[in-house]
Design a protein around this ligand. Sequence first.
Ligand SMILES: [Zn+2]
Length: 136
Amino acid sequence: MRFRDRFIKFMYGRYGVDELGKHLLVLAIALSALGLFLPRIPSFVCSVLSLALTGLIFYRALSKNINRRVMENHRYLAKTEKIRAWARFCKKRWSERKTYRYLRCPHCKGYCRVPKGKGKIKVNCRVCKKQFERKV
Ligand SMILES: [Zn+2]
């Protein structure tokens, strides 16, 4: 039996990696990297935390209690939704930076996406339905 087949057989019925696992891995790597720049004792603490997180990642990925892991991931995603939505918004804003500008509405402080390089334009806010002028 090839290694790949044995691995598939081993992982059968186990949970695997989810968003929480991926984010924990990033945190573990970040802690490990941070430890390189710190003096002895804080560096040791970072290494221990990183190792503990790595253990947790493996425990979750190899766990056969799938329902519990799904619930943990679901709770994590629900609690971090605002942060992840903000990150998605920033990513979109960055990818559209050459064609669109994001203006803050002076009335409701919401964001309005407007085409770039059109001169002075009137912007209708979708949230509060008010109008304001801005040069883009
Ligand atoms: Zn508005």
